[in-house]
Ligand binder design. Structure first.
Ligand SMILES: NC(=O)c1ccc[n+]([C@@H]2O[C@H](COP(=O)([O-])OP(=O)(O)OC[C@H]3O[C@@H](n4cnc5c(N)ncnc54)[C@H](OP(=O)(O)O)[C@@H]3O)[C@@H](O)[C@H]2O)c1
Length: 254
């Protein structure tokens, strides 16, 4: 699918879906730049990839610090060369709970990580993608954007991911004909630390039965593995389709 030797940046690559995406991209022949805050988790993934013969570099960074994102992107290109693939996967689901308890800081933090940082990191790589006439950008969203009422008490998350999806489809139109594709990926319900974090919240404080529903889904064995979701994402990466919202359920490469 044309990924051999391409430089791929994966955010949130230290665990969960991002880690699995990095592993699948490596299996497709890409070189990796791994971004997240937890340097120890990134180092583990780097070592795992190295043992399998893939070059990976780690870039510990807080994507909530949006003023530093452009420089992060520039640094990756200075050190590793032009980026061909960007998977904006890093995300946070909190705050969850009654909307009247949200603070401006909580809301802003979510939007920074879930919506603003992906736009800025994308922008940092567009010049080299345009020069190469090739680029693949995937923004990891959530299926609840299609049915926001299904995650009442998760207002900020659903709204921020909706903004990310709108950005993606708008940018795809802007980049039509350049060889750069921009697509949204909804990864399904995946057994990761994020799901565990929701289950660990106080059900009474969050309210609305949200924590109980996530716990029931886990107990019922409804969650898929990160590898399952990542394989579907990567299997579709090489194509020329752009401006699509894809869900893991639309295809099964596991
Ligand atoms: N799991 C699901 O069921 C599910 C469903 C729908 C959508 N998603 C989406 O899938 C993506 C991956 O989620 P996951 O389930 O794999 O979650 P996860 O296990 O919690 O992993 C999230 C990753 O994002 C990184 N991250 C979080 N905040 C960051 C920050 N401020 N700066 C840099 N990196 C940051 C985390 O690393 P650090 O904490 O070390 O920074 C971690 O590597 C997210 O966008 C999520 O919204 C997940």
């Amino acid at each position: 699918m044309g990924l051999t030797g391409r430089l791929a940046v994966v955010t949130g690559a230290g665990r969960g879906i991002g880690r699995a995406v990095a592993i699948e991209l490596a299996r497709s022949g890409a070189r990796l730049a791994l971004v997240a805050r937890s340097a120890d988790q990134l180092a583990e993934v780097r070592d795992e990839l190295a043992a399998a013969g893939t070059t990976a570099e780690v870039y510990p960074a807080d994507l909530g610090d949006v003023d530093a994102v452009a420089e992060l992107g520039a640094r990756i290109e200075r050190e590793l060369g032009g980026v061909g693939v960007l998977v904006n996967n890093a995300g946070v689901v909190g705050p969850i709970g009654p909307t009247e308890q949200l603070t401006a800081a909580d809301i802003e933090r979510s939007y920074r990580v879930n919506a603003i940082a992906p736009v800025l990191l994308t922008a940092a790589f567009l010049a080299s993608m345009r020069a190469a006439g090739w680029g693949r950008i995937v923004n990891v969203s959530t299926g609840v954007v299609a049915r926001p009422a299904a995650m009442a008490r998760g207002n900020t998350y659903v709204a921020a991911k909706s903004a990310l999806e709108a950005h993606s489809l708008n940018l795809a139109a802007e980049l039509a004909g350049t060889g750069i594709t921009v697509n949204v990926y909804r990864p399904g319900r995946v057994d990761t630390a994020m799901q565990g974090w929701i289950r660990d919240q106080d059900p009474d404080a969050v309210g609305g039965g949200l924590v109980e529903r996530f716990a029931a889904s886990y107990r019922a064995g409804e969650l898929i593995t990160p590898t399952h979701s990542a394989r579907v994402l990567v299997s579709r990466l090489g194509g020329t389709e752009t401006g699509l919202v894809r869900d893991v359920a639309d295809g099964d490469a596991a």
